[in-house]
Design a binder for this molecule. Structure first.
Ligand SMILES: Cc1ncc(C[n+]2csc(CCOP(=O)(O)OP(=O)(O)O)c2C)c(N)n1
Length: 357
């Protein structure tokens, strides 16, 4: 795990940033801020790529960076059941950046380059996959990650280690049965599972408003009959987000039980490039909110924050230039690595489709 002090590790003289009753060491707040800015600059450049022909379809997470950065920075990263498994959403870019993903890797997927490490240029942007970090492939088919989460959590429970399963999806997706599947499978008597269920609630399902669809007050209320505790909170507040993630992860890790987090987030460029990806003006911007707190604390100057943005712009510019100079996949690559070669299938060796030749 990253070595970041928790609030209880602070001594009186440590500089801190506050939000209501919540406190964060300044260094942690700056680390979160840098992840948020680098991710935002990358996403905004990718939106331009979708409009200029350097890429095509764009979908991503501008507006969710505060919560996603806090999540990614606290993940127990690694391979195998003693580390956390991540079943992410297509808006989870800041989780991956916080975990250490080089920006160029996401840009390579946006540019559909063969160097894209997640899909060799053959999947949509934001569809991450990293076996060495337990990041299972992101799916465009919403919510099925909730049904799969029980699988990795069962393996983790059997292995008896510290790893938990983290599953992330949007509010509209919770209408699918997969959300209920996760609740049923994670709360069976004597078989509870350590699943952190995250519902990033941006109040939209493409163009359908959440208020026209939800009879319950909060989505996490649906966990109550299953005895699943949770927190609903302002997902635009990085300080609150940090502590919500910290508490929920500690609960899942120590109790071996599920927990729901429902951060209320913004969707700053609409659904995707298919809906125009224009800047939404009437929703809060988590980066601006954190920067106000940092400057108001008197511990950070506006110039210092500006240089974080400038560094990110330079990093993204260099990454786009490099990615655009790399090769596209060839037509003959289209089916490579779609299925893992089968070591056990004696009938059709090396052809996992199982179809007769
Ligand atoms: C099973 C399934 N049904 C419908 C769709 C079409 N679809 C793509 S994104 C989306 C909206 C999902 O909204 P939400 O779960 O709130 O996530 P958000 O995009 O707002 O983050 C829908 C309905 C899909 N991809 N998969």
């Amino acid at each position: 795990m990253q070595n970041i002090a928790h609030t209880h590790d602070l001594i009186d003289s440590d500089p801190v940033i506050t939000s209501g009753d919540d406190v964060l060491p300044l260094q942690t707040a700056l680390q979160i801020h840098r992840v948020m800015v680098r991710t935002r600059v990358m996403e905004e450049r990718m939106i331009k790529m979708s409009k200029s022909g350097e890429g095509y379809f764009w979908i991503g997470g501008p507006g969710e960076e505060a919560f996603n950065a806090c999540l990614g920075l606290q993940v127990n990263r690694g391979a195998g059941p003693n580390h956390d498994y991540l079943h992410l959403h297509y808006r989870s870019s800041a989780v991956m950046v916080a975990m250490g993903m080089p920006l160029i890797d996401a840009i390579r997927q946006m540019a559909m380059r063969i160097t894209d490490p997640f899909s060799m240029g053959r999947n949509f942007v934001g569809h991450f996959s990293r076996p060495d970090w337990n990041v299972v492939p992101v799916t465009s088919v919403v919510e099925i990650q909730y049904a799969m989460a029980a699988g990795t959590a069962i393996v983790q429970k059997r292995s008896g280690g510290e790893g938990i399963t983290i599953v992330v999806g949007g509010d509209a997706g919770t209408a699918e049965g997969d959300f209920a599947t996760a609740m049923v499978w994670s709360t069976r008597p004597d078989n509870q599972l350590p699943i952190l269920m995250v519902v990033t609630h941006n109040n939209w399902g493409i163009s359908t408003a959440a208020c026209t669809q939800h009879g319950e007050k909060q989505i996490l209320d649906r966990g109550e009959p299953f005895g699943i505790p949770g927190l609903v909170f302002d997902g635009n507040d990085a300080i609150k987000g940090w502590h919500a993630v910290r508490r929920a992860m500690a609960f899942c890790r120590t109790k071996g039980r599920p927990c729901i987090l429902e951060p209320i987030v913004s969707r700053l460029y609409g659904h995707s490039s298919s809906s125009g990806a224009l800047r939404v003006k009437n929703e809060p911007d988590c980066i601006e909110l954190l920067e106000q707190k940092l400057v108001q604390s008197g511990l950070v100057t506006a110039d210092q924050l500006r240089s974080v943005h400038e560094d990110a712009v330079a990093e993204v510019k260099a990454a786009v230039e490099q990615a655009m100079a790399e090769a596209n996949p060839k037509p003959s690559d289209v089916q490579r690595f779609t299925y893992a070669p089968s070591k056990v299938d004696r009938v059709y060796p090396n052809d996992y489709t199982g179809l007769p030749m």
